[in-house]
Design a binder for this molecule. Structure first.
Ligand code: NAI
Length: 695
């Protein structure tokens, strides 16, 4: 008997307690222990078996440390089958998170009970695979096609209450898993309850699985795993159980071999690695209870909402009582959304809007704040004025943060007497929804201020990425480059609609021109005007069609017209007939003969522009590692998660080929396509971006 499963016999009940901290992952010793425990229970004449987890959870899933290694016996599907085949009544008692293989063990058991706080699910599709230990074969037999389709293809976590309603659980009870499990097992023995193997239950009637497959693939914008999982459910309905298990395995192995799985696994580990910075080891964050927000526009209101929802008290400063009232309206509106979705109760809503939030027009209200985030207009003079006031009023040690998108945080810090307390906290719009937070570390920012930024991100449920100071930090700097690449392709012959369609087919949530319409075309217009005023590099190409569109009052969705015409609704996306003539006029004025672009070339150029700039961002130390870029693009810019991020994508494409393309395009436009030194270095050394993640 291994120690990972501790066997004990209490009366008629054999107890198998998992003891594999921290999360009772289903490693080899655990699997072996389960099989041995069942055998021993049968030999020792028990009437029932109870399986539960010691510590914080039931089996939380497969053992990630075994990923990528040759599997060792006993294999998990066989363990589930062995548990289920036992003539004894097998009960699983769940607490913590019973995910993936953990839930599959429970489904191999005959009865399932859980504590009210337990959560469960089959999240395999989120890392590009599918349940592989009978999940797709047992769950539909237990709860039917529709419900299991939702559980399996979404990969979402389900609370005990909902699991009971769905029929995944037989019972929910307060208490320790061991105690409720023992009581339930005894109850079943006393009632002479039958052994109840899910594999022996009738399978649901088959439906049109081809249509279902197509629908799931479309919904996931090309994400394979949930669609392939549909085929698993199909096998459950059409094949005998043992055959279905074989088919499930085949499908699982097919997914294991895909690039998508590699991309998703990379994303999974990258988002966990992103907050682990050597510079923050052993650094304690500063106190964080009361925060201040300056400016209650789009961003300030979103940031305040997010802070309130994470349990912080917020003092928001606006320019006038009217503006403060408007800001309060925005925050209430955001919180109404949370109320509607059941995320907060009406009492909580009242508490957050009335007690936790204070509005003021006088900066003196910020004297006790632990951290202040400025979200006023994007103008250096306004920001400097705000930081000068903060410097005079805030208590010593208060963190002073700016939400600036592009401006120099060093310059902002320099106007205070305490640059070590100044940092950039760059949220994304809408700030209470978007998960990304760029933590912009200026030259003099103290380590514990950086740690406090990460602590704030953690409290708010954000994915925080460390960035250095430059124009646009990590995300917006790279964005501006690949957006420009798209604009150049338009000048040379592509249409905005072809570009959007090609990139949406690649997996982006929205193409760049649809995004522009959503965010407001006036933002880019202002940036272009600023850059022209500052003096553009004469080697850079310029164009006017986008400005003309704005001059005509077309700012995108908010004016009903941009690259698309929204008169039939935001989703209709009919091309605006004014756009192509403007583009054609621009081409004619510049003497450009338009040429055809294939969708493939559009994606290749757009991605190459992104990767090349990202390589500069890493090379200059703005991002510490390629994985920081990947996480930024995944969480802030709609990059398809199943491609892992631009750097992972580039590695999978092969860096030499990408560099060769960049060099060939540089012959026509050496300024735009100048290869990043880091990309050239990696190719010369035969290394990948991922190698840098491991350095
Ligand atoms: P906004 O124009 O919606 O809001 C700015 C607010 O600041 C206004 O309500 C204004 O009354 C207030 N304000 C201006 N000066 C003030 C002062 N001295 N004291 C108190 N309040 C003052 O602008 P938005 O979009 O919220 O942007 C704010 C900042 O966030 C900018 O730096 C912007 O670059 C940045 N940002 C914007 C994003 C976006 O998508 N809109 C995304 C990320 C950052």
């Amino acid at each position: 008997m291994t120690e990972a499963i501790v066997y004990e016999k209490i009366g008629d009940i054999a107890v198998l307690a998992a003891n594999n901290p921290p999360v009772n992952a289903l490693g080899q010793a655990v699997r072996q222990g389960l099989v041995e425990g069942i055998e021993r229970a049968e030999k020792e004449g028990a009437k029932a078996v109870l399986i539960y987890g010691e510590g914080r959870t039931f089996f939380a899933g497969a053992d990630i440390r075994e990923f990528g290694k040759a599997p060792t016996e006993p294999f998990l599907p066989d363990v589930c089958t062995r548990i289920e085949a036992s003539p004894l009544i097998v009960v699983s008692a769940l607490h913590g998170t019973a995910l993936g293989g953990g839930l599959e063990i429970a489904l191999g058991s005959h009865y399932r009970i859980a504590v009210p706080k337990a959560r469960m699910g089959l999240p395999e599709v989120l890392i590009g695979v599918m349940p592989g230990a009978g999940g797709t074969q047992r769950l539909p037999r237990l709860i039917g096609i529709d419900k299991s389709l939702d559980v399996i293809t979404s990969g979402r976590q389900i609370g005990a209450k909902e699991a009971l309603e769905l029929g995944i659980l037989d019972k929910v009870a307060e208490g320790e898993p061991r105690e409720i499990g023992l009581a339930y097992a005894q109850e079943l023995i006393d009632a002479a309850a039958p052994r109840r193997a899910i594999s022996e239950m009738p399978a649901p009637e088959p439906v049109d699985f081809d249509a279902l497959y197509d629908a799931v693939l479309k919904k996931g914008r090309g994400l394979l795993a949930p669609a392939v999982a549909v085929r698993g459910i199909q096998a459950c309905c059409e094949l005998p159980f043992a055959e279905g298990m074989k088919r499930e395995r085949e499908l699982f192995m097919e997914l294991m071999a895909t690039d998508q799985r590699q991309g998703l696994i990379h994303a999974f580990f990258a988002e966990r690695a992103v907050g682990k910075l050597p510079e923050l080891k052993d650094v304690e964050p500063r106190q964080l209870a009361a925060i201040g927000v300056i400016g209650g526009g789009t961003m300030g209101a979103g940031i305040a909402t997010s802070a309130l929802l994470s349990g912080l008290t917020v003092t928001l400063i606006e320019m006038s009582p009217e503006a403060a009232e408007a800001a309060k309206g925005r925050i209430s509106g955001n919180l109404q959304g949370a109320l509607k979705r059941g995320k907060i109760s009406p009492e909580k809503f009242a508490e957050l809007t009335e007690k936790a939030l204070t509005l003021a027009t006088d900066y003196a209200a910020l004297k006790d704040a632990d951290l202040v985030i400025e979200a006023v207009f994007e103008e250096m003079s306004v920001k400097k004025d705000v930081f000068t006031k903060l410097d005079a009023i805030c208590k010593p040690g208060a963190v002073l943060a700016s939400n600036t998108s592009y401006l120099d945080v060093n310059e902002i810090a320099a106007c205070t007497s305490r640059p070590e307390d100044v940092i950039g906290l760059h949220f994304f719009s809408p700030a209470h929804v978007m998960k990304l937070l760029e933590i912009v570390v200026a030259d003099k920012t103290a380590a514990d201020v950086v740690a406090t930024g990460f602590a704030l991100g953690g409290k708010m449920g954000k994915v925080s990425v460390r960035a250095g100071v430059c124009d646009g930090f990590i995300g917006n700097r790279i964005l501006s480059k690949y957006r420009t690449c798209a604009d150049y392709m338009i000048l040379d012959g592509a249409s905005p609609y072809q570009i959007d369609a090609a990139l949406e087919a690649f997996g982006f949530a929205m193409g760049p021109y649809a995004v522009g319409d959503l965010a407001g075309l006036d933002i880019g217009w202002a940036v272009r005007k600023r850059k022209r005023a500052e003096g553009m590099d004469p080697r850079a190409r310029d164009f006017t069609y986008a400005d003309k569109l704005c001059e005509d009052g077309h700012f995108g969705q908010k004016t009903g017209m941009g690259y698309y015409d929204y008169s039939a609704g935001a989703k209709a996306r009919v091309p605006n007939p004014e756009v192509m003539p403007l583009i054609e006029a621009d081409r004619a004025a510049q003497g450009i003969t338009p040429r055809e672009f294939t969708d493939e070339e559009i994606v290749r150029r757009y991605m190459a522009a992104m990767v090349n700039e990202a390589a500069r961002v890493v090379g200059e130390g703005i991002a510490k590692r390629p994985l920081d870029v990947d996480v930024t693009l995944l969480y802030g810019y709609g990059f398809p998660r199943y491609r892992g991020g631009p750097m992972k994508w580039a590695d999978m494409q092969g860096l030499p080929g990408l560099l060769a393309d960049i060099k060939s395009w540089a012959q026509d436009d050496p300024y735009f396509w100048e290869p990043a030194p880091l990309l050239e270095k990696l190719v010369a050394e035969g290394r990948s971006f991922d190698d840098l993640n491991k350095d």
